[in-house]
Design a protein around this ligand. Structure first.
Ligand code: ATP
Ligand code: MG
Length: 302
């Protein structure tokens, strides 16, 4: 399973390790040879000199080798074991999620049919609640499956502002209901990227929904597209909510980290992975004037 962070990678190749060992031992031995005449009196015999030499060589090279080779290798080994067990759990969970999704769709269809024919008001109310809960379960399962089994992007040249327009149209109802003001100006120059429109829409939807969730009593959703350095385009989604708490800064891209009661904690992880699959990145910061700002950075198409 891919989870947005890179799988444990071996810190160095065996050849690099061998070269490093040779360099460390050679340098340490040269140092000891130069040092010995200074620290041992002339009278010390050859055998004692050899023992002192071996002792110093071990005392110098062992900690260095531990620090540059053994330490990182042990960390890598631990990460590899953790990644392997995570992959097994994820495989199992993905299978379960997939199995649950199909019967859930059937149940939803049955409930929807009943909703059309039911005449008793209390039954209608109950059916609506059941339908809403099924939708929530479906959305959680879909996020989980997106996270566990990412699809490679189907990339085409596209204009970023078109993606923003279509996403905002999807959010129209939600934006109006929550008294959120949207600020988005189409950039003057055409800024094209080579990307999967559906996946970019998903990223923008995740970021905008997060921003809206953080402004329950209204505010401004500010979307801005501009050319940034290194031939990239930056799409910023900013809000006037409370911003990201200091203690949560390091957890923002951790799978299943959420502070929302109904959140799954996968929106940002999936969004960052999509950005990285497109050769870009997803960054965030708090704005000095208040609120959070997420920046989707993508390579510009020539
Ligand atoms: N605009 C924002 N302002 C402040 N905090 C934010 C913002 N966006 C995300 N966060 C924090 O990051 C957490 C993780 O966001 P993420 O989108 O990954 O998951 P979620 O919204 O909780 O659930 P879901 O998987 O349903 O999207 C949120 O729960 C919230 O604490
Ligand atoms: Mg979210």
């Amino acid at each position: 399973m891919q989870n947005g962070t890179n799988a444990a990678r071996m810190p160095m190749s065996p050849l690099r390790m061998l070269i490093l060992v040779l360099i460390v031992v050679f340098t340490a031995e040269a140092g000891v040879m130069l040092l010995l005449p200074w620290i041992l009196p002339e009278t010390v015999d050859e055998r004692a000199r050899a023992v002192a030499d071996s002792f110093l060589l071990t005392a110098i090279s062992a900690p260095i080798l531990w620090y540059v080779i053994v330490g990182p290798m042990r960390r890598w080994e631990r990460e590899a074991i953790r990644a392997e067990s995570l992959a097994t759990v994820a495989q199992l969970a993905t299978g379960v999620a997939h199995e649950v999704r199909n019967p859930l769709t059937s149940i939803k269809l049955l409930v929807q049919n009943q909703l059309q024919t039911a005449r008793v008001p209390t039954l209608c109310e109950d059916l609506k609640v059941i339908e809403e809960e099924i939708r929530r379960m479906e959305s959680t399962l879909n996020s989980f499956l997106d996270f566990a089994r990412p699809t490679p992007p189907q990339r085409k040249p596209l204009e970023l502002s078109g993606v923003v327009d279509r996403t905002l149209a999807l959010l129209d109802g939600r934006i109006g209901k929550q008294n959120v003001r949207v600020q988005f100006e189409t950039p003057v120059e055409p800024l094209q990227v080579h990307a999967d429109a559906e996946q970019l829409r998903q990223v923008l939807l995740n970021l905008s929904l997060n921003a809206i969730e953080m402004m329950p009593r209204g505010g401004t959703l500010d979307i801005h597209i501009q050319r940034c350095h290194d031939h990239h385009v930056c799409l910023e989604v900013a809000d006037t909510g409370p911003g990201i708490a200091k203690e949560n800064m390091s957890k923002m891209f951790q799978p299943f980290f959420t502070t929302r009661e109904t959140g799954v904690g996968l929106g940002l992880v999936i969004s960052r992975r999509i950005a990285q699959d497109h050769g870009g990145d997803l960054l965030f910061k708090n704005r000095p004037e208040g609120g959070a700002c997420f920046t989707l950075r993508l390579p510009l198409l020539d």
